[in-house]
Design a binder for this molecule. Structure first.
Ligand code: ZN
Ligand code: ZN
Length: 660
């Protein structure tokens, strides 16, 4: 069976790579025709193609002499095609000259063949059997459908209403969590879960303002979920809604890309995922992406969180987190850091650094409404890993936590070292007290010493392809391992949050391969250079991108490795599978959630407190009814983007669209 699918992918991908979108309903496919016995009634079929053509001409000549009726009393000599035409229900032979059908009959299907994306894309990571297809024995027509796993959350109290999942706003200080049980159904026995104790709550910042909200699951006991992340067990999992993505594929695209760009031995963690259907108390709740929670844990974000183990008076093991500064730090560049103090015990520690005189809006030429509309460049950070030596919600620049103080001072020093190198071509280093000091190292040496450039190259490539409008704003993660075994280098980590990317956002980079004009909003009326990376409001990416050795020695090899392992072909192939198999899932989802709420007809402001904004998306991504067009545009956009970056960084490979 495997061989069949491998064959299929070669037959399928060219369709897609040519950019013609959803594979059309099969009408006449040569390969399928080969499987079909020649129709015995079709006398014209005995000759060569040339003879057939002659016959056609003769027929045409005959027809030109008058109408069919005059010639033959409505019964001209039909000349039947020798391949079947078909729609989703029937197959038939069509006359070459009129539209008469012959031998029309319902498809006679073989059994369903259950398979998965991994088999189609030759990638064992996507091993959930979530798609199926069957072939008509007669005409070869293929019916394709999804069999998405179902994640069913049932509340403990039957009378609990679903307010927790519908009422949350992006600015809510706390998100109520509801207790209940989770079952995973519509899967094989090996992946099924029955009534596992768990809680659920709404997750996310701005996205929590949409009707279809992201959800977080927290199991009582660690659970493996649908083979995600190699089947490792964790308590926390997330369900991403992709609420502003009419293709519900951007999370999948982004995370698939991350897996392809990030080297196997890289320190960068990227979340794994699989598409699912979600039910709350047996009510269908939509198509979601089940994904890893972005937490620092063995098997997820790779950082040491040293624990001191002692025993209490009864000999029972006691684990105490280390309170010195020699721990692993993971943090997010985060516009929303300012909201953390309001969350009380739920809040995370935050800190800020000062970009000082190195940041100058004019000299940096930043393209972002955030910078241009007075919000400036985000210099606040929220801890993702635990801080153990202060109040759990040690807030911006808390003076009582040495750990927060340490990472704040180290990041400040790292920024200064990078800015001196990039803006002034001056080499600086950092001493044990996190002070910037002079050095005999070269600029290149000092950057290579203080930054894990392989991880930054991975982050640079990922962001350059998918172009997140908000990469200078939030959901941008970095780590610093200050444990005894840590490399004490700043690293890019955990690529995250893809729903505005890949050309979804209006007034951003709509043309991924040529300069385009913005009409205001996000771009503040500027023109967009499609390269963007040297104008992003993300200071780290912008400053690194201006260092020639970083681009030549790190980014370009990383790009070429991603091309060699067919990362982008795989992404396009994945989109194709979504097109062909998930139709009913999309229909069901959009029946439940008929608008993205990021569309033109919603009034209000982006920052009005409920996350609903006045038109965040560009056409054709605005209206869920334009889904097919949106999927096609996503393919076109990605194809153009890859070809553009190939010209800039690559080895002149042929267009990704013409690869096969
Ligand atoms: Zn005819
Ligand atoms: Zn058929």
């Amino acid at each position: 069976m495997k061989r069949v699918f491998k064959k299929l992918i070669f037959a399928t991908i060219p369709f897609l790579l040519v950019g013609c979108g959803p594979t059309p309903t099969v009408t006449s496919d040569d390969k399928k025709a080969e499987q079909v016995d020649t129709n015995p009634d079709n006398n014209n079929n005995n000759g060569s193609a040339e003879e057939n053509n002659n016959n056609n001409e003769n027929n045409n000549n005959n027809n030109n002499n008058g109408s069919d009726e005059e010639n033959n009393n409505g019964a001209h000599n039909h000349e039947w095609n020798n391949t079947y035409e078909s729609d989703e229900n029937n197959h038939w032979f069509k006359c070459k000259t009129c539209n008469e059908k012959k031998d029309e009959a319902a498809h006679d299907f073989n059994e369903w063949e259950v398979t998965n994306l991994g088999t189609l894309l030759n990638d064992s990571r996507y091993n959930v059997n979530n798609i199926k297809k069957r072939k008509c024995k007669v005409c070869g027509y293929e019916e394709k459908a999804s069999i998405l796993p179902e994640i069913r959350f049932t509340f403990d109290k039957n009378d609990t209403n679903k307010d927790f999942a519908t009422k949350a706003r992006s600015t809510d200080k706390t998100r109520p969590s509801v207790s209940g049980k989770i079952s995973v159904t519509n899967v094989g026995e090996d992946m099924a879960i029955t009534d596992a104790v768990a809680t659920m709550k709404v997750r996310g910042n701005q996205t929590a303002g949409f009707d279809k909200k992201g959800l977080q699951i927290k199991f009582d006991k660690k659970q493996s979920m649908l083979g995600v992340n190699g089947g490792k067990k964790f308590k926390k999992w997330v369900l991403l809604a992709d609420a502003k993505d009419t293709t519900i594929s951007r999370t999948a695209l982004g995370l698939t890309m991350a897996k392809g760009v990030i080297a196997e031995n890289s320190k960068v963690f990227s979340c794994d995922y699989t598409p699912v259907s979600v039910y709350l108390n047996d009510e269908y709740w939509g198509m979601y992406m089940l994904a890893d929670a972005k937490e620092v844990k063995e098997g997820r974000i790779k950082l040491d969180e040293p624990i001191i183990e002692t025993k209490d008076e009864n000999g029972k093991k006691v684990e105490t987190p280390v309170t010195t500064t020699d721990i692993g730090y993971c943090f997010e560049m985060d516009y929303y850091a300012k909201n953390e103090p309001d969350k009380g015990a739920d809040g995370d520690p935050t800190f800020s650094i000062d970009y000082g005189s190195y940041f100058n809006k004019n000299s940096f030429n930043i393209e972002s409404c955030l910078a241009n509309s007075g919000l400036g460049v985000v210099n606040t950070y929220t801890m993702n890993s635990d801080i153990n030596d202060g109040p759990s919600n040690a807030h911006i620049d808390d003076k009582n936590s040495n750990q927060v103080k340490f990472i704040k001072n180290r990041l400040q020093a790292l920024f200064t070292v990078l800015a001196e190198a990039s803006k002034n071509n001056v080499a600086k280093d950092i001493n044990d007290n996190n002070e910037v000091v002079s050095t005999t190292l070269s600029v290149k040496q000092t950057i290579e010493k203080n930054f894990d450039l392989n991880t930054w190259a991975e982050g640079f490539v990922i962001n350059a392809v998918c172009l997140p409008p908000d990469v200078g704003y939030s959901s941008f993660y970095m780590s610093f391992d200050n444990t005894a075994n840590g490399n004490k280098q700043l690293r890019f980590d955990n690529p995250w949050d893809f729903d505005s990317n890949f050309g979804n956002r209006r007034n951003f980079i709509e043309k991924p391969d040529e300069v385009s004009q913005s009409s205001g909003g996000w771009g503040g009326g500027s023109s967009f250079d499609p390269y963007f990376m040297d104008r992003t409001a993300n200071m780290w990416l912008q400053l690194l991108g201006k260092l020639d050795f970083f681009m030549n020695d790190y980014v370009k090899p990383k790009w070429n490795a991603a091309r060699e392992n067919k990362t982008f072909e795989k992404m396009l192939g994945m989109l194709n599978v979504y097109y062909e198999y998930f139709d009913e899932e999309y229909d069901r989802n959009f029946k439940k959630w008929p608008t993205t709420q990021a569309s033109d007809n919603n009034v209000g402001s982006y920052f009005n407190g409920d996350g609903v904004n006045s038109g965040e998306l560009r056409k054709p991504f605005v209206n869920v009814n334009d889904r097919k067009q949106a999927q096609q545009e996503t393919i076109n956009w990605l194809t153009k983007r890859v070809n553009y970056l190939e010209k800039r960084w690559g080895n002149n490979r042929p267009s990704v669209t013409a690869d096969k």
